[in-house]
Each structure stands twice: as structure tokens, then as C-alpha cells.
Design a protein around this ligand. Structure first.
Ligand code: LMR
Length: 394
């Protein structure tokens, strides 16, 4: 049977992670996969997570199945964290999923089930797993322009010009905040304009929210999402707890669907449940329980928010530091966008050859499109890094 299999190209981000691990050089630097690291290069277990895990260990008295949609308290609390009070609760249906990828996958299957003719429109560029999953599921897709390589910002005029070709019922995939891979984000005014477009065109927004709290703060990062949620009849939302709770390996996320009415929401919910059953039956419990404990306990929540905020502030500091060093190393302001971007990533605008040179000559690992992980930047080595970038660039 397996002789019919064709070689399967690896995901570029995962491939890079493996290359980095296999590199014997001690002076290497991993700016590839989107994982938060502290000043010592470690990915810590957050304090509130440790405390909640201890509590869970002491109090959990069964490992029997949870419900097919997971822990509904977790789904509700995570939905509130993302959506605030922008939508009445009876229009929201959600399912706990294995990570943000699991949430995206379930939502894509829901789209396919409800409207197989829908085309999903995603930004060029986007997280590579978006188009990969769309292709795998055979869902029609198209891109819209998003990034202006010349300025390092969003080419909003080009984006809106491309969206005009969307048909009613098509799906518009947006990054809720901290755009991956570019780091360039819509302003609130632009979110409002896209919302007006979505309503008039009758298209369905699908928001991937994987970095809430990593950009301008928990509330600010959700402002665009909430504005849109309050205005549209239907919306899809994939939430990840990998980054903001640091629960990468525990696979914690939620697929959330906003329907037009409570009656329709009940049907959406039943469909989410059936799709879970078809893919994995019950979602993994541990990390979701930890998140539910944190979000429902004021002291744990406050401590989680404080630690998240210090992670965010640290990344912002590193961004500003690298932008300054790049200014010095290149004697120009052309990398200033690194300081104004938000979230875990920035796209530097280097060619694939220059990215390879960075890796081979300096042991600096960036994704092939020149995306760097800001959390991986060395606070004490920003000057050296900027000099390396400037040298491959010239
Ligand atoms: C990334 O973009 O590096 C992260 O979202 C990790 C992943 O799964 O690709």
C-alpha cells in the first residue's frame, strides 16, 4: 500500500526547527518557530499554570471522558477572553480543540460542511499551515494582498481592492492580532472598514487568534475582533492557548462559531460536536482545565496577566533594541518597521538566499521568507545580530 505514497514536503517551520536542533555549532541562534523564550533562552512554564497544575493534581478524581465539546466552562471563559461582551452568549457555540491548529481544522471542516462552494480568502503572506490545510481539505481558496514589502506595513488599499472580488458566502480569513508572519497589523479604523465590507458583501469572517496578549495587551489585541463580532451575523474564531498560556505541548484551543440566532447556534453546536467525534472524539483535557482554573480564579488570573504582560513588554523592548541596532548597522531607517510591528514576528524583507547565508555563515535561523521570532532575540547580542543582517543584505 505505502508504495503509492509520494514524497511529502515538510512544513518549512517544522523543518527549520529540526535543522536547528541538528546544527552542532554552539553559537547558533533560533529565530524560527514561534515559541516564546525568556532572557535565558528558556520557554518557561508560567507561574499561574504551575499553580493550577498543582491544584488539579490534588483535586482531580477521575480521568473519565469529558464532554464531546470538551469542558464547556473552559470554552465559555476563553470565548469571553476573546470576545468580551460583544455578542450575546446564546449566539456563541464553541468546541475545545487540540491547539489552535485543531481549532482551524475543525472550523475549515465546518465551512466545508455548511457551504462547500465557499472560497476561503487568506492574506498573502500567511501562516503556511493555512493554505496547506485548505489544500488538504480540497477547499477552494484565494489570496488577497496584505503586506507592503517596501514599507513593512499593511497595503490596505491593495487588500480592499482584492476583497471586492469576494462572493456572498465566501470566507475571509484574518489574523486577530500579531499577524504571522509579517508583524504588520490592521489599525482599529481598518478593522472597522473591513467590518463594513464584510456586512455589505455578505461574506463570513474567520479570525485566527493565536497571539492575544503578545501585541498591545489582552484587551487591545482583541479590539478589532470584538468590533467585528458585534456587527456581523456570523463569524468563526479559532483561539489558541499555546502562546499566551505557554501551553504549546498540551494542545489547548477552541473553535468558536457565532450564529445569527440562538436557534441556529444550537444547530452549529451540534455540528461542531459531530465534527469532533469524527476527528478525535474527545479533546485533550489537561491544559484546558488549567486554563479554566486560571481564568475562573481572580488571583491566578491576575498573576497570569502580570506574567503575560512582562513577556509582552520584554518582546517590545527587544523589537525596539533590534530596530535601533539595525539603524546603526545599516546607517539607514529602512528597518524601523521592526520597532513598530507587533507580536512575535517581523518579516525583515531579506531574499531566500540572504536567509540561507544568515544560517550558513552565522548560525542564525530565520524562516525562509525572512520571518524572525522576536522572542528569540538575544538581549545582549542585538548589535552582533544587526551586523550579521546588514552584512548579508549588502
Ligand atoms: C509558528 O508560526 O512558528 C507557530 O505558529 C508554530 C507553528 O505551529 O508553526
Amino acid at each position: 500500500m505505502f508504495e503509492t505514497l509520494k514524497p511529502s514536503p515538510p512544513d518549512k517551520i517544522i523543518e527549520l526547527l529540526e535543522m536547528f536542533r541538528a546544527d552542532p555549532r554552539t553559537e547558533k541562534l533560533d529565530l524560527g518557530v514561534g515559541v516564546y523564550k525568556d532572557a535565558n533562552g528558556k520557554t518557561p512554564v508560567m507561574r499561574a499554570v504551575k499553580a493550577a497544575e498543582k491544584r488539579l493534581l490534588d483535586t482531580q478524581d477521575s480521568k473519565s471522558y469529558v464532554g464531546i465539546l470538551g469542558d464547556l466552562e473552559f470554552v465559555k471563559l476563553l470565548g469571553e477572553l476573546a470576545l468580551g461582551s460583544s455578542v450575546p452568549a446564546d449566539r456563541i457555540a464553541g468546541a475545545q480543540t487540540p491547539g489552535g491548529t485543531g481549532a482551524i481544522r475543525q472550523i475549515l471542516e465546518l465551512i466545508k460542511r455548511s457551504n462547500p462552494a465557499a472560497t476561503v480568502w487568506y492574506s498573502d503572506p500567511t501562516w503556511p499551515n493555512h493554505p496547506a490545510m485548505l489544500a488538504h481539505l480540497g477547499i477552494p481558496s484565494r489570496t488577497y494582498r496584505y503586506f507592503d514589502a517596501a514599507t513593512g506595513g499593511v497595503d490596505f488599499a491593495a487588500m480592499m481592492a482584492d476583497l471586492v472580488a469576494m462572493k456572498p458566502g465566501d470566507v475571509l480569513l484574518l489574523h486577530g492580532c500579531c499577524h504571522n508572519p509579517t508583524g504588520a497589523n490592521l489599525t482599529l479604523e481598518q478593522w472597522a472598514e473591513v467590518t463594513d465590507f464584510v456586512v455589505k458583501a455578505g461574506v463570513v469572517p474567520f479570525i485566527d487568534l493565536a497571539y492575544q496578549g503578545f501585541g498591545d495587551g489582552l484587551e487591545a489585541d482583541a479590539a478589532g475582533v470584538r468590533h467585528m463580532a458585534a456587527a456581523v451575523p456570523e463569524m468563526l474564531l479559532a483561539v489558541s492557548c499555546s502562546k499566551n498560556f505557554g501551553l504549546y505541548r498540551d494542545r489547548v484551543g477552541a473553535a468558536i462559531a457565532i450564529s445569527e440566532t440562538a436557534e441556529k447556534s444550537a444547530i452549529t453546536k451540534a455540528n461542531l460536536a459531530s465534527l469532533s467525534r469524527l476527528n478525535f472524539s474527545f479533546p485533550p483535557d489537561h491544559g484546558a482545565k488549567v486554563v479554566a482554573l486560571i481564568l475562573s480564579d481572580p488571583a491566578l488570573k491576575a498573576d497570569w496577566q502580570a506574567e503575560l504582560e512582562s513577556m509582552r513588554a520584554g518582546m517590545l523592548e527587544l523589537r525596539k533594541g533590534l530596530a535601533n541596532e539595525l539603524r546603526r548597522a545599516t546607517n539607514s531607517d529602512r528597518f524601523d518597521f521592526v520597532g513598530t510591528h507587533r507580536g512575535m514576528f517581523s518579516r525583515l524583507g531579506l531574499s531566500p538566499e540572504q536567509v540561507v547565508k544568515l544560517r550558513e555563515d552565522f548560525g542564525i535561523y530565520a524562516v525562509g521568507d525572512s520571518r524572525i521570532n522576536i522572542a528569540g532575540l538575544p538581549a545582549q547580542g542585538l548589535g552582533k545580530l544587526a551586523a550579521a543582517i546588514a552584512s548579508v543584505e549588502s
